[in-house]
Design a protein. Sequence first.
Length: 322
Amino acid sequence: MTPSLRLVFAGTPDFAARHLTALLASRHEVVAVLTQPDRRAGRGKKCQASPVKQVALSHHIHTMQPETLRDGNVQQALRDLHADAFIVVAYGLILPKAVLDIPRFGCINVHASLLPRWRGAAPIQRAIQAGDSASGITIMRMDAGLDTGPMLAVTTVALNPTETGGSLHDRLAQVGPPILLDVLANIDTALSNATPQNDAQASYAAKIDKCECPINWQDDAASIARRIRAFNPSATCFSLLDDVRVKFWVATACTEASSALPGTITSIDRNRLLIACGNGQLVVTSAQFPGGKAMDIAALINGKGAHLKAGMQFKTTVIADL
């Protein structure tokens, strides 16, 4: 078993913070944390520390927030830490080769996909959107490419038909830390047995763009349902109903045909809202009106029944129209 390691942790969102928390509870020593600079967020646009920074400060860990890692002074500060390995989880900044070469065991990355599938910024969402049957965690040693390094460990997680981006995020955030700790416990063996990725099987998980959120009702119901679930809760899909923006949180698809125009509410009861699509119908079970919160259909009928009736039609809208 590998002795206790000196680690530098690099990460930013909640997914990364859960891995940092596990490392802090382990026998390894986290000597410093790298995280993105504080950003303005929320309705008040107040400057907020990242979840990783909040964990680091609560444990009195030295925290660095450089705008770039290409700065020579930053690189020297990292060398001065004499870390055995850098652990990188959803950090958000590119690590140049000069940084990758600093720790003796290299930079170890926790990636939320079954590499080489879904390299890039949004692997959780793209797996659900594409209709994949499984996702998972890959631990790899980073190289100069985008999520292209050799794999040290892979664990598969089956996706269920109602999986959302939020539910898969939480499941993978539980799976990742113990796998990371297992790799670190036998780092020499893990590195010597590393498996190269097959680049021919690679796919790219592009960052979610707001222009993907408006629903095009000409699309087939299955693809709309997958997108709604994939983007929940990070970038909610929506459509306009009488110029009111309605957000969709949970939906599935049915193959029952409808002669109604795409976007038309064909049926509504206390359990579901059916909307005609280019192929099939969307079965909505949770939605949200402006000023309110996400609700099941029964609750929406109680509060917004006059705004949800069979025959009403959602518009196919693009961001430029808003």
